[in-house]
Design a protein around this ligand. Structure first.
Ligand code: F3S
Ligand code: F3S
Length: 116
């Protein structure tokens, strides 16, 4: 079980969540942030601080968040543009710094203002 970041983060990236994570398991893409599905210790500290309610537990089985469960896995396990290896599980976002690129799913989503 893990927490996930959904569509509301896209093109907002408030970053308040970063200060709360005790294990530094929130990684920064270009349009949104991604919680590491293995490194997250499921503490829940990040969820209430997001001003746009972009964070949820996968236990909630909220259909709005459903695509982002697999997307978080894909973000860390695939080879993203401009990289030669998957991010994998480096043990914390400080070791990578801002990744600066998104999963394929997020790259292909329209700008946040055009969501219907
Ligand atoms: Fe995004 Fe909310 Fe964090 S907008 S960066 S999930 S505080
Ligand atoms: Fe980190 Fe806890 Fe959220 S481990 S990603 S603050 S659920």
């Amino acid at each position: 079980m893990t927490f996930i970041i959904g569509a509301a983060c896209i093109d907002v990236m408030d970053r308040s969540c970063l200060q709360e994570c005790p294990v530094d398991s929130i990684y920064e893409g270009a349009r949104k942030l991604y919680i590491h599905p293995v490194e997250c210790v499921d503490c829940g500290a990040c969820e209430p601080v997001c001003p746009v309610e972009a964070i949820a537990s996968d236990r909630d089985e909220d259909e709005d968040f459903a695509p982002f469960v697999a997307d978080a896995v894909e973000f860390f396990q695939s080879v993203l543009p401009g990289r030669v290896n998957p991010i994998g599980s480096p043990g914390g976002a400080r070791s990578t710094g801002p990744v600066g690129v998104d999963s394929r799913y997020v790259r292909e989503l329209p700008p946040a203002g055009s969501f219907t």
